[in-house]
Design a protein around this ligand. Structure first.
Ligand code: C2E
Ligand code: MG
Ligand code: MG
Length: 606
């Protein structure tokens, strides 16, 4: 009652209102708190559900995924990561993600990826991953930066897919675009690309490029009589045979139908193309086995050469094609160059090369010896060994016509060795018969001199013949001397140690550097015949001859003149101080028997 009476008193109404208001406020506040608590609870539930959802999708994603800290240490990976990399979660977490990158990438690669993510929050690209077993596979990768509330990078999230299949498919498509489906050989597009690159290189290196246009003879008959399946089989076998006879750098492409085009880059001479054409013709001639049958086939080949036959691919192709028709009309089963001249020259050189090889084996080569005399007293001071080849059809061939072919084909090595051994043996036998002092001079070609085993060859020739080393002189040309001084001076020093003498042949026609000459152990300069020829009437020749003699003396060398044919020449040379001479004035080159008869006398012969 008392309580109620309070409200009846003065201000009682206001108090009641206040109390009702307070009650209302408390109730509302309480409801609000309940409501907020309820909302928070729901929100957390939703967040947890979302997190579970996100995690489930992270975990079940087909893309490999990982989350790293800012230093790149892996914090979390998903199941696809484990499957794609072969590493279990426990093996990956804590490690730096760099361990996944293949060593195919340079070490800066990962840094560049991080730089890009820092700058743009994102990087996407292809990279090579190394699986746990070490096997590499290409992946398409995206890396994103995850920033915190303050805008700083807190994490990196990366995901990747294996793109091995895609890469293979791309490769396959590229391959198909550049290859012939039937034979899998390069098609014309690829051939053109390669040929153009080869032409550019050849232009720079002063080499030749050959295009060979090969057409099977009477291929149509095979198709008509045995059907297209047999024809296809034959083309495939042909392709395999052509590949079999080519060098790794060569390219054989199918032009379509029964036509193949072969690209030979980096040739030194036309005969190389002829030689390869020859082996291709032989390869096609061997019988084919198609459907249990033996088939015989021939082909015709047209050859064009860069730069002689044209400066670009299209012209070369056209000329090779024309040459192929010339081969067809020339009776098939043969090759033709784009110009008849080239065909003749190349086949002649090839023929000489193979005949020379036979001549060397069958003993059809011999040496002639030409005397060298002291100009003052006329004493015999030496003899030059000169190679002779009595060819069964062509007659006596000059070494000038076949030595360069032997040099090009590598035949000069056995040939040169034979000359050296033969000359040493002959000189040793004359030594045994009393000819004590005269040296035998042997010409040495540049490729021979450059061969690493050359000093050994000389050493054995001396040892086997029993010739005193000081009686052997090697004539090298200036071109030998100027090619790579260090190598040359090492070889010359070794020869000098053996006691062998060196003279420089055809001196004055090349480009000797006087500075080199001074440093090399050379004994003699041989004044070239072209300067001796016009002595003593032509003032230029006189000046050159005198200068060479002066140079020889100032370098403590001796001088010899070659091709001395007249007394006047001999007198002029002697007046210049030239010590020795060789030439028709004294004697023509003589075969061993005649030389011996003349200089040792018949009574002293063996
Ligand atoms: P070369 O070494 O300068 O030899 C001198 C050439 O001049 C020889 O020609 C010789 O017969 C010729 N000759 C000598 N005296 C006279 C003369 O008074 N008048 C004229 N008109 N000619 C004279 P050949 O024998 O035909 O040899 C030519 C070149 O072949 C040689 O020039 C040499 O560079 C090379 N050669 C010869 N034999 C060999 C060899 O065994 N190995 C190598 N690598 N090259 C050789
Ligand atoms: Mg010579
Ligand atoms: Mg000479």
């Amino acid at each position: 009652m008392v309580a109620l009476s309070v409200f009846d008193g003065p201000g009682g109404r206001e108090l009641l209102d206040a109390l009702i208001l307070a009650g209302y406020l408390i109730a509302t506040g309480y409801a609000l708190v309940l409501f907020i608590a309820y909302r928070l609870h729901r929100r957390r539930q939703a967040a947890e559900a979302r997190l579970r959802l996100v995690y489930a999708s992270f975990e079940s994603s087909l893309q490999g995924a990982m989350i790293c800290d800012t230093a790149g240490a892996i914090q979390e990976v998903n199941a696809a990561f484990e499957r794609l990399t072969g590493y279990a979660r426990s093996e990956a977490v804590g490690r730096n993600l760099r361990f996944l990158a293949s060593t195919r990438h340079d070490p800066e690669f990962i840094e560049r990826v991080f730089d890009s993510v820092t700058e743009r929050d994102y990087w996407e690209g292809e990279m090579w991953h190394a699986r746990k077993g070490g096997e590499l596979h290409p992946v398409q990768m995206t890396v994103s930066a995850v920033r915190d509330g303050g805008g700083r990078i807190a994490n990196y999230a990366a995901s990747f897919v294996d793109i091995t299949e895609r890469k293979l498919a791309e490769q396959r498509i590229r391959h198909l675009a550049l290859h012939d489906i039937l034979t899998d050989l390069p098609n014309r597009k690829l051939l053109r690309e390669r040929a153009e690159a080869a032409i550019a290189r050849a232009q720079r290196d002063r080499r030749l490029v050959a295009l060979l246009f090969l057409d099977l003879d009477r291929f149509k008959n095979v198709n008509d009589s045995l059907g297209h399946t047999a024809g296809d089989q034959l083309l495939r076998q042909c392709a395999a045979r052509l590949l079999g006879v080519l060098r790794a750098a060569d390219l054989v492409g199918r032009q379509g139908g029964d036509e193949f085009v072969v690209l030979l880059p980096d040739l030194v001479k036309a005969e190389d193309a002829a030689r390869i054409a020859g082996t291709m013709i032989e390869a096609v001639r061997r019988p084919f086995a198609i459907g249990g049958r033996e088939l015989r086939l021939t082909c015709s080949i047209g050859i064009s050469l860069y730069p002689q036959s044209g400066a670009d691919f299209d012209v070369l192709m056209q000329n090779a094609d024309t040459a192929m028709y010339a081969a067809k009309s020339g009776g098939r089963d043969c090759y033709r160059f784009h110009s008849g001249d080239m065909t003749r020259r190349a086949s002649e050189r090839l023929e000489i090369e193979s005949e020379l090889r036979q001549a060397l084996e069958s003993g059809a080569l011999s040496l002639a010896y030409q005397a060298q005399h002291g100009l003052r007293d006329g004493e015999l001071v030496g003899m030059e060994a000169l190679l002779r080849w009595q060819h069964p059809r062509r007659g006596a061939l000059s070494p000038m016509s076949f030595v360069p072919i032997a040099e090009d084909s590598g035949l000069i090595l056995p040939l040169g060795e034979w000359v050296l051994r033969e000359a040493c043996a002959a000189r040793a036998s004359w030594f045994a018969h009393g000819l004590r002092d005269a040296r035998v001079a042997v010409n040495v070609s540049a490729p021979q001199f450059r061969e690493p085993g050359f000093v050994g060859v000389v050493e054995r020739a001396i040892a086997d013949s029993g010739l005193p080393a000081k009686l052997l002189e090697l004539e090298v040309t200036e071109s030998v001397i100027i090619a790579g001084v260090d190598q040359v001076s090492a070889t010359l020093a070794e020869l000098a140690r053996l006691g062998v003498r060196i003279s420089i042949d055809d001196f004055g026609t090349g480009y000797s550097s006087l500075a080199y000459l001074k440093r090399l152990p050379v004994d003699k300069l041989k004044i070239d015949r072209s300067f001796v020829m016009e002595l003593p009437d032509d003032p230029d020749s006189c000046a050159i001859a005198a200068a060479v003699v002066g140079l020889a003396h100032s370098l403590q060398m001796r001088a010899i003149a070659e091709g001395v044919e007249t007394e006047r020449q001999a007198r002029y040379l002697q007046a210049c101080g030239c010590e020795e001479a060789q030439g028709y004035l004294f004697s023509k080159p003589l075969d061993a028997g005649a030389f011996q008869a003349r200089y040792l006398g018949p009574a002293r012969g063996p």
